[in-house]
Design a protein around this ligand. Sequence first.
Ligand code: NDP
Ligand code: MG
Length: 380
Amino acid sequence: MKKILILGSSGSIGVNTLNVVRKFPDKFKVSGLTVASNINLLEQQVKEFNPEFVVVTDKSKARELKSKIDNLCEVLSGCDELVKVSKQRDYDILLGAIVGFAGLSPTLEAIKRGKRIALANKETLVVAGEIVTKLVLENNAEILPVDSEHSAIYQCLVGENLNEVEKLILTASGGPFLNKEKSFFENATVDEALNHPNWKMGNKISIDSATMMNKGLEVIEAHWLFGLPVEKINVVIHPQSIVHSMVQFVDGSIKAQLGLPDMKLPIQYALTFPERLQNDFKRTDLPMINTLNFFEPDFDRFECLKLAFDAIKIGGTAPCILNAANEVAVDKFINRKIKFSEISELISKALDKIENHSDPDIETIFECDKITRELVSSLK
Ligand code: NDP
Ligand code: MG
């Protein structure tokens, strides 16, 4: 029986994780759940999964929940408690499904304890990939990717030698604006941008898919997870989202992992690796799907993808600047303060204006995140 601490249990990945846990009551036990403020869903989750504790980072929401379910489990509140439970409580696997930079601190604590981290929160690797991968090695921790592309690559690499990899091929659906002209981006609405053709996800990653920043963040994530130079990481557009990613080896052979666009499978794999457990999830019917297409990405229309490649090539704090600027810009777009086309403009400005630090320590990363947010918040 593995005990799981789920950070971000009310989100798209959190809910899907509980959908997996529900199927295997003799394999998994939920030790703790955390949310920012969605206490209505958390209350239902507590009643069903009976965790020992929950954390609600919004303190007034935590008080509200406490008054309702005090007798069922311990209710903790605030961001400090999020880090504390990761550092001190009893669990085997941390499922990191908080969105954004906020996922970094609790993940670092789990790594320091040598835990398995089933990592959905790609921003952790984007902003602090070098520090994180070094800590993983030092503490004998494990990162199992939940992101479907990285899960696919992980699965393709089982039994293989990393030195024999020629390149990683990350597939990208292209998002809702794949076939739109650049001029369309000027007036693209929030609802249009949130309307992803294949995946149902949280708001931030849905906007990142529309700008293709999501794929850029995934290139950086893959660079750190698999220890390969960015020159060996390619992106191809694959609108059907059936081939989740591929690895090409030095003899020219390509291995791919296929499946329906459903996060339950990569989540289950990250929880059970190296085992594969029988499940009753819907199977991929290839004759029904019939056609799989692949295209080159357009770096001119999807500037965020190019900015991400540039940032990882520059290295140092550039990916942290990229990430923080993106988080603030996406938030501004969702709140109708800027146009869709201004997201990439703000990120580009931040990368130009903020000084890059090579080989940053963790304090420098936190400082860089803070000053980038301040700058981008103040920009139009
Ligand atoms: P959601 O927005 O659906 O969920 C985010 C979760 O984190 C919620 O539980 C939310 O609580 C909580 N949360 C948000 N902000 C904070 C904060 N500042 N501090 C603490 N908790 C917070 O996101 P997703 O599930 O879509 O994505 C989660 C992560 O997984 C992201 O990093 C994303 O890139 C990655 N990912 C997601 C995929 C998907 O299919 N959704 C696929 C691959 C990767 P509340 O509900 O109370 O606000
Ligand atoms: Mg992905």
